[in-house]
Design a protein around this ligand. Structure first.
Ligand code: G6P
Ligand code: ZN
Length: 582
């Protein structure tokens, strides 16, 4: 057994280590500064209870982006230095964010050990590479992101840190599965490298009816396509879709994980998932080839998803509503019924209507998956989702891209149970149209203004808050811009009281609510790494089934005009158009 010594290394604080919505995300160059990563990791160890450090088991892996391999070596040495008992690493350092959550909750090590937390190395959907982003976040014993109490403590620690602990271990080989043991003055330290997919695949098989999905995928009527955007989803796609479910290998796009995501932006939306969008017949220049019936993509760390039908986009807000409406019938895990459903505030109210019709408990939480975790731990919520392409359930404590794809395949398999032999295939588009016919449609769009001047973004938001004190003035402005939209009847900043722990989160987005149920929401992104990103969410409810088939940009054009006018978007940002529209 290799012997190691622990040393204390002197360091000085960095002023910019405040974790955002999902951990610390910065340019690789920032992370490469001497001691930068070390300071954050030590500050995290110092923020945890001693039993989650000394003698504990820590998972360290991520989406495989550039700098991950270096980071794994640094963190492993620091884990040994801080008296942890073992570190678990997915082979080649790869684990999707949902798989990390599953590993913390479900995995038992070769010696019967269980993990108490994880460092997930990802900047999610942000690009990767030497000039792009790296990120790190800590997940807790329940498999979910650290709550604000912990991330605040981490931040406080980063401001005063004076030293960190590290061991002089040799670099660990993370390419080969197996356990390597080392011996320090306080005892043994192990590094266990394990298969990245096995635990996750096992969990998925316990949730879904793989046999019925296999039948659907093997039917000549059904065609399928999945794009991992060169993220870590590729490490799961082949195992699940091809080996377990019998999909053709040619139905996988960009499924080899790459450190720089092939130079792309690993964000599954209509702008960045270009190849998939074109293949599904939604691109500008459509080829003659008949698009597949179903297409999906996931982001860098495979927790986000986008669902497409043939020449058809399913909004994430509709997706979670449709999954909730069909879960009991189509997914064995939910056969006993749903405990409740939840969405983030800017997500459309499509889920609300399902909850009401099916008499389900319903929660509206601020943006950020961690808010769902408390509800799930308390047994109040089974299915939840966000407009930001996140969908998931209480099987883990992260959103889950591949779970969402399997949920949709399950619904398709269920609706087509009788049709695969003869009869017409019920398509993704049919499922969505039928849903609208039953529940009405929430026209929805999101405008993102990326990397705008942070000061200007703050001012824009401050003006919108100030405006809220006089609805009369607001309505004068609104009718001046567009005479045919309904009246604003309420305006506020969203505030949330967690029903489980009573904690209060303020300033969670600016809302303008209209008489006819329409909404405008303005928020600053919490996940960017440069400047500020303003998000504008626009929604309008249509109950009349004869009017649910319009193009959403057409239907929402009047409200968009109102939103841009009310916020003086161009005046503040200098932008005449958003960076991304979804
Ligand atoms: C991450 C979180 C999501 C959240 C999203 C918001 O992906 O995991 O729960 O919805 O960030 O991002 P934003 O950039 O809008 O703050
Ligand atoms: Zn992600």
């Amino acid at each position: 057994m290799v012997l190691f010594n622990v040393s204390r290394v002197e360091t000085t604080p960095f002023g910019d280590q405040k974790p955002g919505t999902s951990g610390l995300r910065k340019k690789v160059k920032v992370f490469k500064q001497p001691n930068y990563l070390q300071n954050f990791v030590q500050s995290t160890f110092n923020a945890l209870t001693p039993q989650n450090v000394r003698g504990a088991t820590l998972v360290v892996s991520g989406d495989g982006r550039y700098f991950s391999k270096d980071a794994i070596q640094i963190i492993t040495k620091m884990a040994a230095g801080n008296g942890l008992r073992r570190v678990w690493v997915g082979q080649n350092g790869l684990l999707s964010t949902p798989a990390v959550s599953a590993v913390i909750r479900e995995r038992v090590g070769v010696d019967g050990s269980k993990a108490t937390g994880a460092f997930i190395l990802t900047a999610s959907h942000n690009p990767g590479g030497p000039n792009e982003d790296f990120g790190i976040k800590y997940n807790m014993e329940n498999g979910g992101p650290a709550p604000e109490g912990i991330t605040d403590k981490i931040y406080e620690n980063t401001k005063t840190i004076k030293e960190y602990l590290t061991a002089d271990l040799p670099d660990v080989d993370i390419t080969a599965i197996g356990v390597t043991s080392y011996c320090g003055s306080e005892g043994q330290f192990d590094v266990e490298v394990f298969d990245s997919a096995s635990d996750y695949v096992k969990l998925m098989k316990s949730i879904f009816d793989f046999e019925s999905i296999r039948k659907l995928l093997s039917s000549p009527k059904f065609t399928f396509c999945y794009d991992a955007l060169h993220g870590v989803g590729g490490a799961y796609a082949k195992r699940i879709f091809v080996e377990e479910l019998g999909a053709q290998e040619s139905s996988l796009l960009n499924c080899v994980p790459k450190e720089d995501f092939g130079g792309g932006h690993p964000d599954p939306n209509l702008t960045y998932a270009k190849e998939l969008v074109a293949r599904m017949g939604l691109g500008k220049s459509n080829s003659e080839v008949e698009p597949p019936e179903f297409g999906a993509a996931s982001d860098g760390d495979a927790d986000r998803n986008m669902i497409l039908g043939k020449r058809f986009f399913v909004t994430p807000s509709d997706s979670v509503a449709i999954i909730a409406a069909n879960a009991v019938e189509a997914i064995p895990y939910f056969s006993a019924g749903l405990k409740g459903v939840a969405r983030s505030m800017p997500t459309s109210a499509a889920l609300d209507v399902v909850a009401k019709n099916l008499n389900l408990k319903f929660f509206e939480v601020p943006t950020g998956w961690k808010f769902f975790g408390n509800l799930m731990d308390a047994g109040l919520c089974s299915v939840c989702g966000e407009e930001s392409f996140g969908t998931g359930s209480d099987h883990i404590r992260e959103k889950d891209g591949i779970w969402a794809v399997l949920a949709w395949l399950s619904i398709l398999a269920c609706k087509n149970r009788e049709n695969l032999g003869g009869g017409k295939l019920v398509t993704v588009e049919d499922i969505v149209h039928n849903h609208w016919a039953t529940y009405g449609r929430h026209y929805y769009t999101r405008y993102d203004y990326e990397n705008v001047d942070a000061g200007a973004a703050k001012e824009l938001m401050a003006c919108l808050v100030k405006l809220q004190s006089s609805l009369t003035e607001v309505n004068e402005i609104v009718s001046g811009i567009q005479s045919d939209v309904s009246k604003v009847v309420h305006a506020d900043e969203f505030e949330y009281k967690d029903p489980v722990d009573g904690s209060i989160s303020k300033h969670q987005g600016i809302r303008y609510l209209f008489e006819d149920g329409s909404r405008l929401v303005f928020r600053l992104s919490g996940t960017g790494s440069e400047g500020a990103t303003i998000r504008l969410y626009i929604e309008q409810y249509e109950k009349d089934p004869s009017k649910t088939g319009r193009d959403s940009q057409d239907a929402l054009a009047p409200l968009v005009a109102v939103a841009l006018g009310l916020s003086k978007m161009q005046e503040f940002t200098g932008r005449s158009a958003p960076t991304v529209i979804t």
